[in-house]
Design a protein around this ligand. Structure first.
Ligand SMILES: Nc1nc2[nH]c(I)nc2c(=O)[nH]1
Length: 265
């Protein structure tokens, strides 16, 4: 297997094209915690591949991530590549592995990337189960998927056009700034106060590095978070993990319909 990340992405895209017999895909969708039900509402899943069989992908480390790569045909004819096997930075496989899915989607022809995630909320007005549009990010990982003198502009990284479409689907949607921490530990209350002070509204362990790689690949990027818990120190009492899971599950149908509506536009 090649050690050039872009050659590896091309290999993976060729494998997917051969397996799905789809010459190319139009939109890539990365499913984060709580978003698993969206694929079924977007269209007909014509092919489903175990991620571990696709060059450069590995079996998911996080329970609940489907570990499959699906080709979904939307009613309007769009081909959606659903990446259910996200690699998180905290797995220690390196940043190339974290953004391999995005690069594969770009090599497969996708011009649009939809990034979803579960995250901690810093605004008490957003209870667990609230979907929030990502307007910008703060990358606190101290890492980048870009190597060498690859100077890429990140102005307007999260598409204002698609955020406007999202608001047509659900006018009640708020937006916020997402801060990616390296993880896998959660933030201390002091770190949450720091994140708030530097302008973050959401805290998570994914998304920013993938968005940078997508911009480098020339893709239009849309990001949406599901607040599954109030970040450490924001809620008066610690949320139980069961409450977090229940909030994510309860929001599932609504956010899946929302995402299907946005992708259908
Ligand atoms: N960093 C961070 N990531 C998260 N992912 C989820 I779900 N909740 C959190 C959280 O509170 N903080």
């Amino acid at each position: 297997m090649t050690d050039d990340p872009f050659d590896l992405a091309a290999e993976a895209a060729a494998f997917i094209a051969a397996q799905t017999r789809a010459a190319g895909h139009d939109v890539a969708l990365v499913l984060g915690s709580g978003w698993g039900g969206a694929a079924g509402l977007i269209g007909e899943t014509t092919h489903s591949l175990p991620a571990a069989e696709v060059p450069g992908f590995t079996a998911p480390a996080v329970a609940g991530h489907a570990g499959t790569i699906r080709s979904v045909l939307a009613p309007d004819g769009k081909r959606v590549l659903v990446l259910g096997a996200r690699t998180h930075y905290y797995e220690g496989r390196g940043v190339r592995a974290v953004v391999h899915g995005v690069r594969t989607a770009a090599a497969a022809g996708c011009r649009t990337l939809v990034l979803t995630n579960g995250c901690g909320g810093l605004d008490p007005a957003w209870p667990a189960g609230t979907p929030v549009l990502i307007s910008d990010h703060i990358n606190l990982t101290a890492a980048s998927p870009l190597e060498g003198a690859t100077f890429v502009d990140l102005t307007d990284l999260y598409s204002a056009r698609i955020r406007a479409i999202a608001r047509e689907v659900d006018p009640s949607l708020d937006e916020g700034v997402y801060a990616q921490f390296a993880g896998p530990h959660y933030e201390t209350p002091a770190e949450v106060r720091y994140a708030r002070r530097i302008g973050a509204d959401l805290v998570g362990m994914s998304t920013a590095l993938e968005a940078i790689a997508a911009r480098h690949a020339g893709m239009e990027v849309f990001g949406i978070s599901l607040v599954t818990n109030l970040a450490a120190g924001i809620s008066p009492e610690p949320l139980s993990h069961e409450e977090v899971l229940a909030a994510g599950a309860a929001a599932g149908p609504r956010i899946s319909r929302l995402l299907a509506g946005i992708i259908a536009k």
